[in-house]
Design a protein around this ligand. Structure first.
Ligand code: NAP
Length: 254
């Protein structure tokens, strides 16, 4: 089952999972909108997609700012029409620190990006999705949403809040035709894992880089959730760590 010709808005598309997702979904024939703070990086990726015959738009956006997210959705609608799929992917883990040594301001900034950023995305696209009676929102989650790891209190607490938003959104909008789900990828070979390794804190930092899955696999998982097969995971996190998840996404088993 494939889904074609949708307008997909991807936050955090300047590198890592977001970049791979934008490239993969453009290859599948979707209009893609790349959003991140690094305007130069998303412009370059969007240009490469367009040069290869795809349809991409880059919009500089800070997801921790409501006006910026609202403007992102307005620019998307202006170019491609309403957002069919929102991928709430932007997220940060730094600075990694135990609670007693953490900087309260930096801790709060992670909440602004990882939690408020996801809520702002919901808030900006849902009115139009409700009006049209359709739409999909995919939140990039983590095992940290249900686990606890030393030095990651900001990340675990914010990913738990994102899982809660996935559940709350599903409760409010399932009967209005809107599909809301999370995707928990396991560990992925991106800049985020470089920062985790450099911290030396907790067992995740000790993992060999070769044990992480490539970001392109997460892009495939997102493409799967966009299809009808993803319906089974509404209101919850779809995991790429399980054999079932890998099989459904067309990936090699764990
Ligand atoms: P990454 O390579 O560090 O990419 C993070 C992306 O988020 C970048 O494009 C960054 O762009 C963007 N971003 C950060 N703050 C932003 C803001 N305020 N506004 C807009 N964009 C912002 O990390 P990644 O591994 O691809 O992470 C993507 C998502 O996957 C995150 O939600 C992360 O928590 C989740 N995840 C990752 C792993 C893993 O092992 N890598 C595992 C589970 C879940 P700019 O800096 O240009 O703004």
């Amino acid at each position: 089952m494939t889904v074609t010709n949708k307008t997909v808005l991807i936050t955090g598309a300047s590198r890592g999972i977001g970049e791979a997702t934008a490239r993969h979904l453009a290859d599948l024939g979707h209009n893609v909108v790349l959003a991140a703070r690094s305007g130069g990086a998303i412009e370059t990726i969007a240009q490469e997609i367009n040069d290869a015959g795809g349809k991409a738009l880059a919009v500089t956006c800070d997801v921790s700012n409501w006006a910026s997210v609202s403007d992102l959705v307005a620019k998307t609608e202006e170019r491609f029409g309403p957002v069919d799929v929102l991928v709430n992917n932007a997220g940060v883990i730094d600075p990694i620190a135990r609670i007693d040594e953490s900087d309260p301001e930096e801790w709060g900034k992670v909440v602004d990006i990882n939690v408020k950023g996801v809520y702002y995305g919901f808030r900006a696209v849902l009115p139009s999705m409700v009006e049209r009676g359709e739409g999909t929102i995919i939140n990039i989650s983590s095992g940290a949403a249900t686990g606890a790891l030393e030095g990651w209190s900001h990340y675990c607490a914010t990913k738990a809040a994102v899982l809660s938003l996935t559940k709350c959104g599903d409760v409010e909008y399932r009967d209005k035709g809107i599909r809301i789900m999370g995707l928990s990828p396991g560990t992925v070979a991106t800049d985020m894992q470089v920062k985790i390794k450099a911290s030396g804190v907790n067992p995740v930092s000790q993992l060999d880089f070769s044990s992480h899955i490539p970001p392109e696999w997460v892009a495939q998982g997102i493409a799967f959730l966009m299809t009808e097969g993803g319906d089974a995971f509404r209101g919850t996190d779809f995991s790429l760590k399980t054999d079932e998840g890998r099989r459904l996404a067309g990936l090699p088993e764990a």
